[in-house]
Design a protein around this ligand. Structure first.
Ligand SMILES: Cc1ncc(COP(=O)(O)OP(=O)(O)O)c(N)n1
Ligand SMILES: Cc1ncsc1CCOP(=O)(O)O
Ligand SMILES: [Mg+2]
Length: 215
């Protein structure tokens, strides 16, 4: 069984959007505002730099009891003793990742739409997965190769297919956060709404209020 985690407000980092403030300062502020889970996502970074960033984030987050997830890279997560990994449909299969990560680390899987969930649950070992990242909910400039937006209705459609925890992602701001929660998501994952905000602590607090009010 994996260690506990809370999807309520999931911060996914972006190297360009945090460049000015800095990765650690942005995450520290966001956590003060109420972020419950953090993912290190830097698709272009090399392994050594990623491990260093993950170790620094882990040192910041572990004393606060907030788990650190690494995007894509099982090897980096293990090297930095991160709490888990988030995988996409083209990344290593969840079953293979689970074999490398062990039973305790948290494993997330992206699901773009209900059909993709159906494919994952019949093909890949969905049993190895702890939560699903569902989206993009709305079109986003943050991930250029994201699929078509599915809206809150798409989140509801995936919700109807599984009891596994789900977090909506893609184009989520304060207004959409409530809709995503009302569609049945357990939480919201955001990049730009926090990383590009002039005050990440305030932005996180506002998103958390929107999620809490919608529950
Ligand atoms: C919480 C969460 N959901 C979805 C994604 C997207 O993952 P993926 O489809 O593998 O795309 P990349 O992020 O690797 O470009 C995510 N990272 N986190
Ligand atoms: C990583 C990812 N996966 C699906 S959409 C997305 C980017 C979300 O970024 P933003 O919250 O800025 O729209
Ligand atoms: Mg990926």
């Amino acid at each position: 069984m994996s260690r506990p985690f809370d999807l309520t407000l999931y911060l996914v980092t972006d190297p360009r959007l945090v460049a000015e403030r800095g990765l650690l300062a942005t995450v520290e502020a966001a956590v003060k505002g109420g972020v419950t889970l953090v993912q290190l996502r830097d698709p272009d970074a090399h392994g050594r730099a990623l491990v260093e960033q993950a170790r620094a984030l882990k040192a910041l987050l572990a004393p606060l009891g907030i788990p650190l997830i690494v995007n894509d890279r099982v090897d980096v997560a293990v090297a930095a003793d991160a709490d888990g990994v988030h995988l996409g449909q083209d990344d290593m299969s969840p079953a293979d990742a689970r074999a490398l990560l062990g039973p305790e680390r948290i494993l997330g899987l992206s699901v773009g739409n209900p059909a993709e969930f159906a494919g994952s649950s019949s093909g890949i070992d969905i049993g190895a997965v702890d939560y699903l990242g569902v989206g993009p909910v709305k079109a986003t400039g943050t991930k250029k190769d994201a699929g078509a937006a599915i809206g809150a209705a798409g989140v509801a459609a995936v919700r109807a297919l599984t009891r596994r925890p789900i977090v909506g992602i893609g184009g989520i701001d304060g207004a959409l956060a409530g809709e995503v929660i009302r569609a049945g998501a357990d939480g919201v994952a955001v990049v730009s709404a926090i990383c590009a905000a002039p005050d990440p602590e305030h932005a996180a607090r506002a998103l958390l209020s929107a999620v809490t009010a919608a529950r």
